[in-house]
Write a protein that binds this ligand. Structure first.
Ligand SMILES: CC(C)(COP(=O)(O)OP(=O)(O)OC[C@H]1O[C@@H](n2cnc3c(N)ncnc32)[C@H](O)[C@@H]1OP(=O)(O)O)[C@@H](O)C(=O)NCCC(=O)NCCS
Length: 244
């Protein structure tokens, strides 16, 4: 809005470098680092997959963005909306437009099997954004979702983890199997589409989820990854097609 100037001025036009504007608009990037972790999961055929979970590296952002474009046309199991949102959230890291985001890749021998991401709202609350798998029915979803809870309570030392669910598979995976309560709605709304907030408290995490959830859902544990495993997954392999 233009307004009349209420005083005399030395100059009437100021030139502003966009670097000043960037300082104003850029989101903070202070999410604590997450050490590479791993879980051993078993698929329906009984074959074992050792899944490494680690933060995405800068050089991997463009290839993963390119791959995520494939989800935009996937009108199946809500892959399109979840994929589109994950695409936007990854682009937000590149363009520095989301506060304190974390973005984890799930890898099996370097192959991308899934993604889990979220952000830190403040010292107390961690916002779960998405979990998406590119290899179905191997339990990668459970491990990836768990990695975000672990990151919230064990690394960031926060008190609550706020999730919401766009798909029935997502709700089955965590809403139901973690027995998550929800906050009154519409009084409180999750930032993803204003839907219900399903929350995990530190108390519930410590009393049962931390030890029991992964065992019950995927018969596995969540442990630091060895140097060998990190090396084995160093080169990111992006699937050529979306096989969901
Ligand atoms: C939601 C999502 C992450 C869940 O991933 P997931 O738990 O690895 O599971 P999938 O959907 O591939 O498969 C789930 C089924 O496989 C079964 N399953 C998984 N691993 C198994 C194994 N090793 N042995 C036997 N069954 C297994 C599960 O029990 C479940 O069976 P059910 O549907 O009969 O209950 C995944 O479906 C996905 O990426 N969906 C699209 C995006 C999305 O919806 N994200 C969540 C938004 S809220």
């Amino acid at each position: 809005m233009k307004r009349e100037i209420p005083t005399k001025l030395r100059k009437e036009v100021y030139n502003i470098s966009t670097a000043w504007l960037e300082g104003l608009l850029q989101a903070s990037d202070n999410a604590p680092p997450m050490k590479p972790m791993h879980s051993v999961i078993t698929n329906r055929a009984g074959k074992k997959h050792t899944v490494l979970i680690r933060p995405i590296e800068e050089k991997e952002i463009d290839p993963v963005l390119e791959f995520l474009k494939l989800t935009l046309d996937a009108e199946y199991d809500y892959y399109d909306i979840v994929g589109a949102r994950v695409f936007g959230e990854l682009l937000a890291i590149k363009r520095k437009r989301m506060k304190d985001e974390y973005f984890f890749l799930g890898l099996h021998n370097g192959k991308l099997v899934g993604i889990a991401n979220g952000r830190l709202m403040d010292d107390e609350v961690n916002i779960s954004l998405h979990t998406i798998t590119f290899e179905r029915q191997i339990n990668a979803g459970g491990v990836l979702f768990y990695s975000k809870c672990w990151y919230c309570f064990e690394v960031c030392q926060q008190e609550e983890f706020w999730a919401t669910f766009e798909s029935y598979n997502g709700w089955m995976l965590a809403g139901l199997r973690m027995a998550l309560p929800s906050y009154p709605w519409p009084d409180m709304q999750h930032e993803l589409g204003g839907a219900k907030i399903f929350y995990l408290t530190r108390e519930l995490w410590e009393s049962s989820i931390k030890e029991e959830y992964l065992q019950q859902v995927a018969r596995t544990s969540f442990k630091p990854a060895s140097k060998e495993l990190i090396k084995k997954n160093e080169k990111l392999i992006i699937p050529k097609e979306l096989e969901i």
